[in-house]
Structures are given as C-alpha cells and as structure tokens.
Design a protein around this ligand. Structure first.
Ligand code: FMN
Length: 191
C-alpha cells in the first residue's frame, strides 16, 4: 500500500552501521529515477554514490543533521549512515532550476530504499565544495542533495501538529516525533 510505505518512509538519522549496503543496491535505487517525470524531460540530474566505510567516514563530517535538535544530536556515535547517494545537476544539460526534479527523484530513491528495509535521510545542508572534492566532480556537476542510507536504528512517530508547531523533537528514550499539519490545515477553501 502506498500510504503505508509513505508513513514508514521517515527521515532516519540513526542506522545500524554494521549492516552495509552494496553497490548493486545503490545502482538499483538510482535506476528508479529513470521512471519519474522531469521538467521538459531534460533529465538534468546525475548521481554519485559511496558505500565503502572509509568513503562514508570522509562524507559524514561534511553534513549537518537535525537542525531543531540542539543537544545530543543524531546520528549517535556508531549509528552513522552505511551509504550515500549524491544528487547533482548537470549545468551543461539545463539552466533551469533543478529543484523540482531533485525532489521527485529523491523521493523515488528514499521510497525504493524503504521498500527494501533501508532507511534514508535527505540532507540539503552539506559543505558543497568539499563534497565536490570528495566525489571528484567536474565543474558542470553541482551537488544539490545527499541521501544518507542505512538500516534504521531508531523509532520515529508521526503526530498531528498543534497550533502550527512543526519542529520535530525527541523524548528521553530518543524516540523521534515528527508533527505533520492536519488535512484541514493544509486544505484551502473550496472554490
Ligand atoms: C530538501 C530537504 C532537505 C533536507 N535537509 C536536511 C538536512 O540538511 N539535515 C537533516 O537532518 N534533515 C534534512 N531533511 C529532513 C527533514 O528535516 C525531514 O524531512 C523533516 O524533519 C520531516 O521528517 P520526515 O521526513 O520524517 O517526515 C531534509 C529534507 C528535505 C526534503
């Protein structure tokens, strides 16, 4: 069921680092993006990936996690991601803003991952020039989003937001709560 998969597909920030993800799995996830729509069918996105532990260790410090959580920020030590997919756009293909395409492709990847039991977190906040260096990207390939992947190692609960409060938070057991606006709040008046 699509709804069940969507509910499960949360932003996971703690992973069982010992459960590694292989190259073939990452290629399968990237290949899913070939079946999604694209502005003017330009398909301007290019994908890099990393799965070896030493490469993941170089990428991890270049990312910012869970901005709303000020103390005891996830991922906790030993719970770092087991792989990454870097979503880039090719300025040689299209000069349009790639962001809608980035969102569509990234959601396909994280849902495809969840279907395989792999959790993900989209990360927009990264040190882009250092990421470009790690992946040896040419100047026409611009990183836009990185998707962290791994076996989920935390509990996440969706709640209805109250009074417009949308900041996620954690309790003393490190359960992560994500408030979502209610249907009545996101609906505009009927015409
Ligand atoms: C475009 C985009 C960029 C994001 N960037 C970050 C980020 O830099 N760091 C982070 O920890 N989470 C990031 N997230 C995850 C959001 O914080 C997360 O989607 C939000 O808290 C709602 O949680 P949910 O995905 O479980 O519904 C990003 C999500 C999106 C869609």
């Amino acid at each position: 069921m699509l709804k069940e998969l969507l509910i499960k597909t949360r932003s996971y920030r703690n992973f069982d680092k010992k459960q590694r993800i292989d190259r073939e799995t990452l290629l399968e996830l990237i290949a899913l993006t070939r079946y999604v729509p694209s502005t003017a069918n330009h398909q301007p996105l290019k994908f890099a990936y990393a799965y070896k532990e030493e490469d993941c260790d170089r990428i991890f410090p270049l990312l910012s996690w869970a901005g709303y959580i000020k103390e005891n920020k996830p991922p906790y030590k030993g719970n770092e991601p087991a792989a990454y997919i870097l979503v880039c756009y090719d300025t040689g293909i299209s000069k349009d803003s790639p962001d809608v395409d980035v969102g569509i492709c990234s959601q396909a990847i994280v849902m495809g991952a969840m279907e395989k039991g792999i959790g993900a977190c989209m990360i927009g906040s990264m040190r882009k020039s250092e990421i470009s260096e790690v992946f040896s990207l040419p100047s026409n390939i611009v990183p836009r989003l990185i998707i962290a992947l791994g076996a989920p190692n935390e509990k996440i609960v969706l709640t209805d937001s109250v009074n417009g409060e949308i900041k996620y938070y954690r309790d003393e057991n490190n359960t992560h709560y994500v408030p979502k606006r209610t249907l009545s709040e996101i609906l505009l008046p009927e015409i």
